[in-house]
Design a binder for this molecule. Sequence first.
Ligand code: AMP
Length: 253
Amino acid sequence: MKEKPDRAAWLKGGETQCNVQAERWARPYRFVLLGAPGVGKGTQAELLTERFGSCHLSTGDIFRAAKMSSCGCPRGPVMAEAVKYMDAGQLVPDETVLALIVERAKCFQCGGGFLLDGFPRTVAQAEALEKLLGKQDVKLDAVLSYELPLERIVARLSGRRTCPLCKRVYHVQARPPKRRGLCDHCGAELFQRDDDRPETIRVRMEAYEVSTAPLIAFYRRKGLTVSISAGETPEETFERTLEALNSRGTLVF
Ligand code: AMP
């Protein structure tokens, strides 16, 4: 099995280069993933990454990596402040997020393409992304918007467990690991993210409704939004994603 891209340039920023690069494709795909927290974006990102070899560019992972002392990621006062917003379930200010993105803009040139997950999250961020991509002459292929009713989202989030090492995501009922509490892939002890605790979920949902949901219309006006119901198993949602992309002629084989 091929090694997953290690995303070092994305997670650490600065001059860091990736040790394991995303595979170069003749036709790299570039997607933005949208969806409320808990809708299953992270799992779809894994499946899409496996299928297309693209690099999974998650802004949440940058903050979580900075939080882990073992990661060796730079953690100055700005990053420490950002992590506080994350732990409270609030959005990190646009200014901070955009500074991180500008520092990592070379990731948009990745030969394997990319999946942006968790960015953009506000219209101001989407406008800034548009400018950054325009300067690099890079175009998005589609914006995948995953949709699910609120009560199902809350059930998903509170049962979610994450691997601190490889970032694989499980669910205590819907997608349990083979050995309780341990990652199938690397054996590490799974943990519940601070922002998946019930008291924080409500704040995150509000932030989504106010700031991020308007992006669906923003990208629809540009002909990029592809709406996908995230109701069934991750595999079924993934199949629906491929069908939707196929039927609009995005995928070239
Ligand atoms: P995620 O893993 O995408 O759910 O992100 C976890 C948390 O990181 C969010 O609840 C925010 O606090 C913060 N975060 C991640 N990406 C962004 C962003 N683009 N803008 C603002 N805050 C963000």
